[in-house]
Design a protein around this ligand. Sequence first.
Ligand code: GYE
Length: 368
Amino acid sequence: MFRLKTIVFLVVVAAMALTACAPAAQPTAVSAVPTTAPAPTTAPAPTTAAPAAPTTSGGYVIPVAKCAPNCTLKDLTVGFIQTGSESGWRAANTSSFKDTATQEGVTLKFYDAQNKIENQVSAFHQFNQDPSVNVIVLAALDVTGYDDVLKEAAADGKVVILEDRRIDAAPTNFYTYIGSDFINEGHEGAAAMCDLLKNSTKKNVVEISGAVGASAAIDRAKGFREKMGACGITITQSQTGNWAVPDSKAVMAAFLKQSTDIQGVFAHNDEEAIGAIQAIQEAGLTPGKDIQVIGFDATADGFKYLISGQMGADIECNPLLAPQVYDAAVKALNGDATVPTWVPSKEGEFFAVQGADALNAILATRKY
Ligand code: GYE
């Protein structure tokens, strides 16, 4: 019995001695082969992180709709913020949105801002607050002034699309801009005026510009100035005609009072060109002969003055943008991040020298 106890005691002492010599187990270093199965810990189930929201190439985070990926035109409730009804172009643009919505079953909440930016901003805020609206389309009166409502739209999960006019805001604020390259239109306008004045030793041109602050006016003016030097055009006077016939007629009359040494008129749209033509006639001069006139938009009214030869050139600007805008809106609801941040409109230009027959034939095919 003694002996056994002694032996047991000696064995225990020996075991304790052995463990004392082995290096202490590092808390983190786990031996390859765990000697003892770690106690089952109730590790939280792996969380499937919500997939990152699709983002456009411009960095716009797309508020994907519940109907995705099968949203259709009928899922659109569009809050549309129009500038006003200042021109034939604008009327065609508005009809494009209203008619296409009716045809395609798009729910359209149309707002006419009567050319006041404060009205646009408050309408934008209203649409942000309106739970039924999933897409907001803006035809911007000005290039600035929308920062707060753009932020609010992002917070309220509204898709924002710009149509017709660009704004000075980062593309992180809107899904896409569908509208014209107004700078390029300005380039085409300068080239057309150079051609119209090719036989004139003097090239003094007056400018009747669009509404102050509008990207269409800012960019057409910039584009024209970038190319006018090619034939030595000088802009001698410049003033806004507010896109309107009567305002532009008064401006042109004032220009002629100031100086009759004018060879050309750079009018930013058809209404302004028509106003200038009326003032030139009332001054006893012949538009298209004594003074060359160019316009922009190429509406049906513009074509009439091309055909009569009183307007020498008309640079087209396409107002029928609704189908492209609604298609883009559906893509946004479906989380499609492939739509570019700018979709430039396809446009042409028309000249009096094409002749009445050819121009009438073209006019017969046009919708505005
Ligand atoms: O040229 C003018 C309208 O933004 C392109 O606005 C549009 C311009 C167009 O009032 O007629």
